[in-house]
Design a protein around this ligand. Structure first.
Ligand code: NAD
Length: 490
């Protein structure tokens, strides 16, 4: 950690004001494509979370009573502002995360869809009723907000993942404390600014920058009633356990090791194109990235030849430059960790078909597209989430073997199948362990109105992010059972 005076120090956003953190600790924020320090982010203290939690509680008492359509109207304003600023938002994403401009614009679009979905709050918040559950007795189920909600997010989707959380939370009438990744804090600063511009009352959305002290502050504060976490498996498990122990509602969306199966009847060119986009897009730093391909023996040679050729043609560089597909990984330690995994893959006996270490890695935290063959389930590169542009390929004799192999993973986030055979597709759907499936596409990330639903170690909790689960997560219910004696008429 260095202290640079010329680099802008970010401030927290609490009660509608940008306030300097009381911490003495700041962390450098990098442009991973150039290694340049572009800002410094405060590692705020627990006391600052306490303050935000007090402010948020106070704001909640008023905000929960604002008519739902008025709350929704602020989200309509916000949607317009996000649309207007989409290029600036995308530029910020590329600057601090490294993904290319087109991926960044796609991410902004996904975030906006969450806002649009949440703006349907008047309909989404409606309860249900039955007029006649017994003689003269009716029952009605009402939905209410829960209170202060905490959101903790990863570096890989600085816009989309926060937008899974706060738009729906505040539309439902909750107030919010956001703790974004300390590696990508700039985009959240812009999101907070635009929320204020959209007319959100002070204290409903608060932003506290930092790392584990802020997370622990959120996990322990009695005002915080629900926590949405997205990040790595060990941290998600920790957040889920500590938050639950403190009797909070917690959802934790965590790591992945997504398998893609290519069958002999698949359109191989389309499969190769989508696998390349999934495995190497966003530098492999997507929880829905393809990490392992299982390919049927009969087409494996052909598939491998096409895959290698396509990987050789991937243009790596600064995501802001035209035509660049593969940007850097987020930090030097991620780059080093990935190079160590490549070494480990070789030492454990896998065959390195394409060596991303040989590409030009200078200038930023780059790793070239890397492909292993002959990978087995006892190898570290098969077990661990590498979260970088490293792809493992395994030859299988049929779909059953592919499914059994994938199901040995501790993770079960996404899985894809390339096939034109309906029976195979149905078999895959019924037997694969994963919450999000793709058929003849590479990144089956569900849209805002569907749940983002990992299984096994890829998710802790009950209600997933987004869709109707999101509505349920950010509301609690009250059921009124009422007797109305029939009026007596003369
Ligand atoms: P991370 O777990 O390192 O960080 C996530 C958040 O947790 C950050 O805000 C960070 O500050 C905080 N944090 C980190 N260490 C902590 C600790 N010891 N105690 C308390 N808080 C801590 O994850 P990351 O590297 O930013 O993101 C990549 C991970 O996120 C990958 O594993 C990826 O699969 C996962 N991810 C999952 C999904 C999903 O939907 N399942 C979506 C996006 C990313």
């Amino acid at each position: 950690m260095t202290v640079l005076t010329k680099v802008r120090k970010l401030k927290n956003f609490i009660n509608g004001e940008w306030v300097e953190s009381k911490t003495t600790q700041y962390e450098d924020v990098y442009n991973p494509a150039t290694k340049e320090v572009i800002a410094q982010v405060p590692l705020s203290t627990k006391e600052e979370v306490d303050f935000a939690a007090e402010v948020a509680q106070k704001a909640f008492e008023t905000w929960k009573n604002v008519p739902v359509q008025k709350r929704a109207r602020i989200l309509f304003n916000y949607q317009q502002l996000l649309q207007k600023n989409q290029e600036e938002l995308a530029r910020l994403i590329t600057l601090e995360n490294g993904k290319n401009t087109s991926e960044a614009l796609g991410e902004v679009g996904r975030g906006i869809e969450n806002v649009e979905f949440a703006a349907g709050a008047p309909t989404l918040m409606m309860g249900d009723s039955l007029p006649n559950i017994a003689t003269d007795v009716e029952a009605t189920n009402y939905r209410y907000p829960i209170g202060v909600v905490g959101g903790i997010t990863p570096f890989n989707f600085p816009m989309m993942v926060p937008c899974w959380m706060f738009p729906m939370a505040i539309a439902m009438g909750n107030s919010f404390i956001m703790k974004p990744s300390e590696k990508t804090p700039l985009l959240t600063e812009k999101l907070a600014d635009l929320l204020a511009e959209a007319g959100l009352p002070n204290g409903v959305f608060n932003l506290v920058y930092g790392a584990h002290d802020v997370v622990n502050g959120i996990l322990d504060h009695p005002n915080v009633k629900a926590i949405s976490f997205v990040g790595s498996q060990p941290v998600g498990e920790y957040v889920y356990k500590r938050g639950s122990e403190n009797l909070k509602r917690v959802q934790a969306l965590t790591g992945a090791k997504n398998h893609t199966t290519v069958l002999k009847d698949a359109d191989l060119d389309a499969a190769v194109k989508d696998v390349i986009a999934s495995a190497f897009g966003s530098a492999g730093e997507r929880c829905m990235a393809c990490a392992v391909v299982t390919v049927e023996d009969e087409v494996a040679d052909k598939f491998m030849a096409k895959l290698k050729e396509a990987a050789d043609n991937v243009k790596m560089g600064n995501g802001l430059d035209d035509g660049v597909f593969l940007g850097p990984v987020i930090r030097e330690e991620n780059q080093k960790r990935t190079l160590d995994y490549i070494e480990k893959g070789i030492n454990e006996g896998a065959t390195l078909v394409r060596d991303g270490r040989k590409d030009d890695l200078d200038g930023g935290f780059f790793v070239g597209p890397t492909i292993f063959e002959g990978v087995t389930t006892d190898m570290t590169i098969w077990k661990d989430e590498i979260f970088a542009p490293v792809l493992s390929v395994i030859r299988v004799s049929n779909l059953k073997e592919a499914v059994e192999l994938a199901n040995q993973s501790e993770f079960a986030n996404g899985a894809c199948l390339f096939s034109t055979n309906a029976s195979s597709i149905r078999y895959f759907r019924e037997n694969i362990d994963a919450g999000m499936l793709g058929i003849n596409l590479g990144v089956p990330a569900p849209m805002a109105f569907f749940p983002f639903s990992g299984w096994k170690s890829s998710f802790y909790g009950t209600l997933h992010a987004n869709g109707k689960d999101g509505v349920d997560f950010y509301t609690r219910k009250k059921v009124v059972t009422a007797r109305y004696a029939a009026p007596k008429f003369n």
